[in-house]
Every structure is written in structure tokens, then in C-alpha cells.
Design a protein around this ligand. Sequence first.
Ligand SMILES: Cc1ncc(COP(=O)(O)O)c(C=O)c1O
Length: 400
Amino acid sequence: MAFLSDTLARVKPSPTIAVTNKARELKEAGRDVIGLGAGEPDFDTPENIKAAAVAAIAAGKTKYTAVDGIPELKKAICAKFKRENGLDYTPAQITVGTGGKQVLYNALVATLNPGDEVIIPAPYWVSYPDMVLLAGGTPVFVEGKMEAGYKITAADLEAAITPKTKWVIFNSPSNPSGAAYGRDELKAITDVLMRHPHVWVMSDDMYEHLVFGGFEFVTPAQVEPGLYDRTLTCNGVSKAYAMTGWRIGYAGGPEALIKAIGKVQSQSTSNPCSISQYAAVEALNGPQDYIGESRVAFERRRDLVVAALNACPGITCPTPEGAFYVYPSIAGLIGKTSKAGVTITDDEIFANALLEEAGVAVVFGAAFGLSPAFRISYATSDAALTEACARIKAFCEGLK
Ligand SMILES: Cc1ncc(COP(=O)(O)O)c(C=O)c1O
């Protein structure tokens, strides 16, 4: 009898974490490596949020809480959904988990039966397919081509829907491409979903606040109120308030689904960290200055990186609407050979050669389901980005 489960055998470890670890190991061994793999803001958590956590500790808020969130936080989340997305949710329609990751995972565990299909637009966040597999479902991919700004079309979505489709996971702005759907683009997608009432929508709005150049963020239940009863609107404080380590994510949706998610959580991790929940109340209810300030910094870095990458021979980098990632194509480099004699036959070989020969850590496109490409996280200093892009350019110029 095998010790490890058959389900686990279908799942691979997170490639983004693997790249981050490899870059760290090389650095520890004394190599000069610039890491552009990690998907977290390089800014510190705002002081008012930290102070709220300290106050929570001092006040003894250090015990178990309600499994899916303290009432104060659910109230703050309802206010956020109303204020920023025009969505009406009651506290009974809100669930809070240990990061957005747990909320998404629990929702899949709570709803998927063997054979159920989940549509995932590619390039996708690395965890979606494996979460679906762990929960017993079947991922179905729909490719968003580079020429279309890495966005899927309504026709592509329609073609992927079958009687077995349970969810479509929608992520705008996207990790890894930074692509975000405008109101009209999203309406075309939601129009398709209105024709298929058995399909539910999991909208991962984690990068909501990181949109540039006056772009208007919209979420499916807002654009098409007819989808409200079968949409789980997911969000969190990790990216919006530089709180990745605090582990607070949340979602709003139909009460029965929210109860089911809470049931999974009650028998696995119980409540998310009590102190982090009080900090999240302050994040959502307190001053919102950090959001605007980080957006300005990220937009400047996006422009810096896109311009520098497009100056690299063989690389084509579209300008994304949001998040803190770019997803350049390396189609123009395939078949070339590096100074160390490595022939670039795919994007994983490219990323390894770039790390070994140029000391820049990026994540290869195959990890996100769309090749040949790579992802850069520009959530790091302007100086590090400028140096990294200069190294990438020198590497590309050295290819024969
Ligand atoms: C698209 C997307 N969704 C969800 C998450 C999870 O965020 P967290 O669990 O930190 O709230 C991430 C984190 O990288 C992400 O990129």
C-alpha cells in the first residue's frame, strides 16, 4: 500500500516558491543574485495597522475567535465591498480565512466532486490548478494569448463550458500577466456566464487596488448583478496593505456557500490569527493613504521594466494594466545559444540560464501555463530593477 495519497501525486510543489528558494541558496553561497520571483510588496505594513495589532495583544485579544471571522472584521469587509465595489453583503455572507489562498482552497474543497470541471484562464496563478486537483476536481484551461493582452475572449470561454463545469476562476488584475479586464471586456465574459446558469464564478480580486493610468477596476458581480447569487468575490489584505505575512483573506458570497466554507475551516484550521484579524479591521476602516502611495510606486516600476525589457533583443513585453508583474514573451530567443553554451529550447531552460549566467531569478512561463515566456515581479527597488534589466539585456545580446 502506498503511503502517500494518489491525490498528492497529481500535485506539484509551487514553482514560484522553488525559484525564491533557489535564489536564496545562491545568495547564501555568496553569489550576486537579484530575485524577481517573489510575489509580495517590498513595502512595510503601514504603522497604523501594526499599532492596531499591538493594541489587540495588549487588550488580550489572543484567544480563539469565531471560526470564520470576528464580527468587527466582517462588518469592515461588508463596508469595503459596498464602498469600493458597490456590492451589498451581510455579515452572514462573509467568510475570513488564513489568507486568500485558504478561502479559495476551502471553497473548492466545499464544492467539488470527482469529475467536476473548473475553468482556469491561462496564464494562471500557479496554485489554482493544484488546488482544484487537491479538491478532487479537473482543471480546464483557456489560453489568453499575448496578442490579446493575455485575456480570454467570450468565445474561448463559451467553448470551454461543458455540463460538468462547476466554476470559472477569474483573476483580474492577473498574477502572472498583470492583465486586467475593463468593464466592456468583463461584460462580454459575464454575458456568456448568464447563458450557463450551472456555472459559478470565483473572482480573485487580490490585486484590485493595483491598477494604473486611471484604469477602472470592476468585479463580475458588480458588472452583472444577475451573477450575484452564484459568485464568490474573493479578496484580502496581503497585497493591498503589504500584509502578506499576517495571513488574512476574505470572501463574500451566497450564505449557503459561506456556511460550507466555514464548515471546512472549522474542521481544519479554525479561526485565522486573532491579532491579524484586528489588524485587518484597521487596514479596512483606517486611513487608505498607503494604497495610493504604493500604486504610484508600482506604476513607475512597471513603466521602467516594460521599457527596459522591450529594449532586449528577442523579448517582447506587453504593458499590463495592473498587479506588480510583467509577462514577457521569449519567442524571439528560442533556438539561440548562450555564452556558456546553453541552447534555449524552452522557458525553463531560459530562466535557469539567466539565473546561472546573469544572476537574475525569474519564474519560467510553463509554471503559469503559457509558454515561451517568463514572469518578473517588480515589487522590488527601482535600483534592483534597473540592474536586473541591464543584466537581462546583456544576456540576450550575448545569445548567438
Ligand atoms: C492571484 C492570487 N490570488 C491569491 C493569492 C493569495 O494571497 P494571500 O493568501 O496572501 O491572501 C495570491 C498570492 O500570491 C495571488 O497572487
